[in-house]
Design a protein around this ligand. Sequence first.
Ligand code: AVI
Length: 328
Amino acid sequence: MAVQASIKGRGGDHSAFQNDHREAFQADVLAGLSGKQKTLPCKYLYDEAGSKLFEAICELEDYYLTRTEADIFHSNLDSMAALLGPSAVLVEPGAGNCEKAEPLLTAMDTPHAFYPLDISPEILLNAQQRIQARLPDLTVTPVVGDFTCAQPWGEIPPSSHRKVIFFPGSTIGNFSPDKASTLLAQFRSYLSTGDGLLIGVDLVKDSVVLERAYADSDHVTERFNKNLLSRINSELDGNFDTEAFAHRAFYHPHRQRVEMHLVSLCDQKVQVAGQTFDFEEGETIHTENSHKYTRAGLEALLRESGFNPTQFWTDNKQHYAIYYAETL
Ligand code: AVI
């Protein structure tokens, strides 16, 4: 089959998409900096520079998540593919370059179709061409859009084939438990009885290991966190002095999450999009939560969202888990 360079969703009207995106970015930043505890939504960490820094984080010795998940996939690919069954449709929200889906699709028994969902059309088109060159009989249809909204899901045509949502990378950890439940229930609503979810999740562990992963000795996570301030400077006419903020990441055992903050190193005023924000020395901007799960906690989350966890795989240190769950 010839390589098909088609794309669904918001890819066609890219400038309108970018305008909407800029307006939402400005509104979210101004609202986030106006609260008592200043916050910035973590989804804005991923502009082009931020996505490259995140790729660098994934290569770090201290950031065990990516490596551990890859090892679990590598050791169990055949049993995962067997569970997914023949002629399945794979849907990957937040697929990026689809590097995790590619070996899975290759191991699967004649997968029927693959729908990677992402906000970046360029990355999706590259991935589509690479995967279709390797698996010429598979139909790969990229869908551009934000997977937390209804729009990209509406682009996926109904199918009589079994559908499996593939959600690796512990992305679920960046949602609060309530929002994670809502998101999984939203995934459930796009599936039918007997369809499935293959999801990767970081597990609760020693706080030293967790904190090293988010405050790495190479300071890449610090650059990733501070890049958000640089992005605000360039896109929203801000004047953050990135040297006047420090990166801080710590594990909160009761909330079972690693919190990432930017700490103001002095009293200062910062302008963004014509508005002035006061910072006291030591005051923080909360930029990300990365929730960690126990097996029992994750299984409860899956059940309350309409899934029955039927299989799980982990590493020998039990640092990370991949679950397969069927729709209830
Ligand atoms: C994308 N997400 C799962 C990463 C995490 O571990 O929460 C984002 C990240 N933030 C700092 N380092 C990595």
